[in-house]
Design a protein around this ligand. Structure first.
Ligand SMILES: Cc1cc2nc3c(=O)[nH]c(=O)nc-3n(C[C@H](O)[C@H](O)[C@H](O)COP(=O)(O)OP(=O)(O)OC[C@H]3O[C@@H](n4cnc5c(N)ncnc54)[C@H](O)[C@@H]3O)c2cc1C
Length: 378
């Protein structure tokens, strides 16, 4: 292998972009391929709280921490936990260590830090073939082929790269979200805006809940969460939002009207999101010329709030490992994976445990007890 191998990253999510940025800062070129037709092809979703020891660390490594600061949403760390009667059981102001930013703004920051043309949009990887000696050949949707000496799977939950190193597949967690939005909340939905506040609001009951947060443009994002069989989300007809809302309202019968309004007043674009996870402790044997990062490596439920943070940290750490092992890709990948596996196992275990706590029969008590335990250990 040459001293500077050709580097191909599949996936221009937060993880792949952070890796490309860290490499670029050290003069190492990588090419990213993403199936999206353009950076604006897909709505980037809601807010992310960026943790000091993972997401923020990655941004420092990427040399983008100062540019990140103006993106922080004032008050975004506020959290309220309610029960089904809309009684506030906990109100927390947040301590400044987990500032909230819009996912889209964070992605734009990373993207704009890369040289023009680094990301090849509209490039779906449809097949990958091992060529031996750690080299791989990728086939793209348009029939083009790309040979590479180092292949990184940053291609999310349903990674095309993962099968090269592991037989693991994501397993349904038992929980499905319906993502809903209430746009222009301050004028169109004032009571709901007041209920959610400046940050996040979790209303929890037995086996269900509503997880809402305020977005950067005054909109409310709501994940309506239900423990349901794996095929439930796919059975919903997204072209008939009124029917979905009526179905959801039945499930939440008996909940306070102020909470039900988050369903009935939602705009008509409802997105079902069944939640999957890879097995806790997912790892793979060192495989020449290829590795994974982010969801491709350790997809987990969002209940530790770590997925995007870890994807960025993985990208930064892998970039650093490659920079500090010039001419020895295998040593770099081994060093990266040695840290990656225990780090992601810890967060995946926390996510899986938190999912159970959130939706226990006596919810929100489990999550209140958990917050009290966190507060006790500082
Ligand atoms: C409902 C929900 C809420 C969440 N909330 C939070 C939160 O509050 N905090 C947090 O830290 N995390 C959260 N997460 C998790 C977070 O979204 C993910 O962990 C994070 O986006 C993973 O980043 P990534 O770069 O690994 O993958 P992704 O962001 O999934 O990016 C993968 C990229 O690969 C591309 N791609 C996929 N397949 C191919 C292919 N074959 N060819 C080419 N390109 C391909 C995709 O287009 C995509 O751009 C949440 C997740 C969900 C589902």
């Amino acid at each position: 292998m040459t001293a500077t191998p050709s580097i191909t990253i599949v996936g221009a999510g937060l993880g792949g972009l952070t890796l490309a940025r860290v490499l670029t800062r050290s003069g190492i070129h990588a090419t990213l391929y993403d199936l999206d037709a353009s950076p604006t092809a897909r709505h980037q979703g809601g807010m992310l709280d960026i943790h000091e020891d993972s997401g923020q660390r990655a941004l420092r490594e990427a040399g983008l921490f100062e540019q990140f600061l103006p993106l922080i949403q004032p008050g975004g760390e506020e959290l309220r936990i309610l029960d089904k009667n809309a009684t506030v059981r906990l109100a927390h102001e947040g301590g400044g260590g987990r500032p909230e930013v819009e996912r889209g703004a964070l992605r734009d920051l990373l993207l704009s830090s890369l040289p023009e043309g680094t990301v090849r949009w509209g490039s779906k990887v449809t097949a990958i073939r091992a060529l031996g000696d750690g080299r791989h050949q990728l086939t793209l949707g348009n029939g083009d082929v790309v040979d590479t000496e180092l292949l990184i799977g940053a291609d999310g939950a349903w990674s095309k790269v993962r099968p090269l190193v592991s037989a693991a597949v994501p397993v349904y967690s038992g929980l499905s979200f319906i993502e809903a939005h209430l746009n222009e909340a301050d004028t169109r939905h004032q009571a709901s805006a007041a209920l959610v506040g400046r940050g996040s609001m979790f209303a929890l009951g037995a086996h269900k809940g509503m997880l809402a947060h305020r977005g950067g443009k005054g909109e409310l994002h709501v994940y309506i969460a239900l423990m349901k069989p794996a095929d439930w989300a796919a059975s919903l007809d997204v072209t008939d939002p009124a029917a979905i809302k009526a179905h959801l309202l039945k499930h939440f019968a008996g909940w306070d009207d102020s909470l039900l309004a988050l369903i009935s007043d939602a705009d008509d674009h409802l997105v079902p999101r069944p939640i999957h996870a890879l097995p806790v402790g997912h790892s793979w044997p060192r495989t020449p010329g290829v590795t994974l990062l982010g969801d491709a490596a350790h997809l987990m439920s969002p209940f530790a709030g770590e997925g995007a943070n870890l994807a960025m940290l993985d990208g930064a750490e892998l970039g650093r490992a490659l920079v500090t092992h010039p001419g020895d890709v295998e040593a770099a990948l081994a060093a990266y994976e040695r840290e990656l596996f225990p780090r992601s196992e810890k967060s995946a275990a926390e996510s899986a445990a938190n999912l159970i706590e959130f939706f226990k029969p006596d919810a929100p008590q489990g999550i209140l007890d958990m917050m009290a335990r966190y507060a006790a250990v500082g």
